[in-house]
Design a protein around this ligand. Structure first.
Ligand code: C2O
Ligand code: CU
Ligand code: CU
Length: 489
């Protein structure tokens, strides 16, 4: 975007002048810690459980209660409304929240479930609920062309497709306001479980929703009012609405972490001191095999599934950090960008190591889509925080495709900053990055395109017809108009 058009919004806001410093993010620091669904499916011995509870301060969102008694049916109520919460101890502020909670309650479903979400908008402005990454019919996708008016209601109804077991999230998608609503607290996890998940019974799970907020020196969260050229970032990190919480781990134990970047613009470069992750999945679920990684770059809206192995010392403490990542325009990095930030501390119980469970070599088969079957190659140029030099227009179709076709998309970033590219409705597989072949097929719906880089992916439109959004997931860019429409007929 040009400096001229965007000059006004680049001005720093004066925190003291923050008028409606109401509205914000994240859990209640004074709330009693409770164990959510994201603890061990089989609890360890009473002694270990007790020790772990003492070591762990991370809390987890509640799970949306299922009101249906029908088999394979999940029926839930979801309300978006202003809520008085405290994410910074001593400061109660008005957030926008799903069912009064920040993060919003987790929607947990199984592959094949029919899902009915009775949504009610009690915000003073239009909104939608988008099920990021999950293939659902167009009318259930919460896209910007289907806003729910203040005071209005809408039923989102969809069936969870087979093969989609994975980690997703939900958030509002009204055009021009999506980022501001998310930054005020409207985001939640969506977990799809598969009956064939080989780790489900044996490995305890943790859910980590990563967000940031701009906190003033007086401890007040200052919510964004204008769009920012490189995307709004906060100065304080939260995991599930908590600052610097702890996770308990036992030597030898293996935990599965589902990590969601629910931040408006912030990238995370995750590293756990003295530990190597094993990445087991990405946006659309499990990989075929585990992949060792010292670091993970998570662009906005990206998700990963990681195995964390208790290779540290009993009684030890290790920081989960976000290392600096230069996604910014040359010379225009924000102040302090090169600092390493702390997300949480992994604390080991002093108990002697346990023997880790053995893991399967193959997690699930991930068949590769064949680009030789592609009927078209699409070209997408990211420039000036626009797509193919155009602003989003809800009344224009940018690309038209045929149902059941396979296509290759080439995404070329001609900007001096990174852009995370996201397609609704269909998961894709990256073929190559800057001409370097991707080592194995994996399902993605959001992929970072570094500055100056290009990437190709293959996608098959194997389900619902209709108009689908594609956009940059730096929400300031999306709201600015870095978005287009693909119509599948
Ligand atoms: Cu996370 Cu168009 O969405
Ligand atoms: Cu999406
Ligand atoms: Cu962007």
């Amino acid at each position: 975007m040009s400096t001229r058009r965007h000059g006004r919004s680049r001005r720093r806001r004066n925190p003291a002048a923050a008028p409606l410093a109401i509205l914000a993010l994240w859990a209640i620091a004074s709330a009693p810690a409770y164990l959510g669904r994201f603890t061990a499916p089989k609890p360890p011995s009473a002694a270990t459980a007790f020790a772990s509870e003492l070591l762990e301060t991370l809390t987890y969102p509640s799970t949306l209660p299922n009101r249906s008694s029908l088999p394979q049916t999940v029926e839930v109520n979801l309300v978006a409304e202003p809520a008085r919460l405290s994410l910074i101890p001593g400061n109660v502020q008005t957030f926008f929240a799903f069912n009064g909670e920040v993060p919003g309650p987790t929607l947990e479903v199984n592959e094949g479930d029919r899902v009915i979400v009775h949504f009610h908008n009690k915000l003073p402005e239009p909104t939608t609920v988008h099920w990021h990454g999950l293939p659902v019919p167009v009318e259930a996708d919460g896209n910007p062309m289907d806003p729910v008016a203040p005071g209005g209601s809408y039923d989102y109804v969809f069936t969870v497709p087979k093969g989609t077991a994975g980690t997703y999230w939900y958030h509002p998608h009204p055009h021009g306001k999506a980022g501001r609503q998310v930054s005020r607290g409207l985001f939640g996890a969506l977990i799809v479980r598969g009956a064939d998940d080989p780790l489900r019974a044996s490995i305890p799970e943790k859910l980590l929703l990563l967000t940031d907020a701009r906190v003033s020196s007086r401890g007040t969260i200052i919510f964004p009012v204008t769009l920012e050229h490189q995307g709004w970032e906060g100065n304080t990190l939260f995991v599930n609405g908590r600052r610097e919480p702890t996770i308990a781990l036992r030597a030898g134990e293996i935990q599965r972490w589902r990590v969601i970047n629910a931040s408006v613009s912030r990238y995370y470069r995750l590293a756990l001191q003295d530990h190597t992750f094993e990445q087991i999945g990405s946006d659309g679920g499990l990989f075929e095999r585990r992949v060792p990684r010292d670091e993970i770059v998570l662009a906005p809206a990206d998700r990963v599934e990681l195995l964390v192995r208790g290779t540290g010392n009993p009684g030890g403490r290790y920081l989960l950090q976000s290392l600096p990542y230069d996604r910014y325009l040359p010379g225009l990095q924000p102040e302090g960008w090169e600092r390493t930030l702390e997300l949480l501390t992994v604390r080991y119980a002093s108990d002697p190591p346990i023997t880790p469970p053995s893991l399967p070599e193959v997690l699930r088969p991930v068949p590769a889509l064949d680009p030789a079957h592609a009927s078209t190659t699409r070209h997408v140029i990211l420039h000036d925080a626009l797509i193919n030099y155009r602003f989003f227009n809800p009344n224009r179709v940018d690309f038209t495709a045929r149902l059941n076709d396979t296509e290759v998309w080439t995404i070329e970033n001609r900007d001096g900053m990174d852009h995370p590219f996201h397609l609704h409705g269909f998961s894709f597989q990256v073929l190559d990055r800057n001409g370097v072949r991707e080592p194995f097929p994996a399902w993605e719906d959001t992929v970072n395109i570094p500055k100056g880089a290009s990437l190709r992916f293959v996608v098959r439109y194997d389900d619902y017809p209709g108009k689908r959004m594609f956009h940059c997931h730096i929400m300031d860019h999306e709201d600015w108009g870095m978005m287009g429409i693909l119509e599948v007929r």
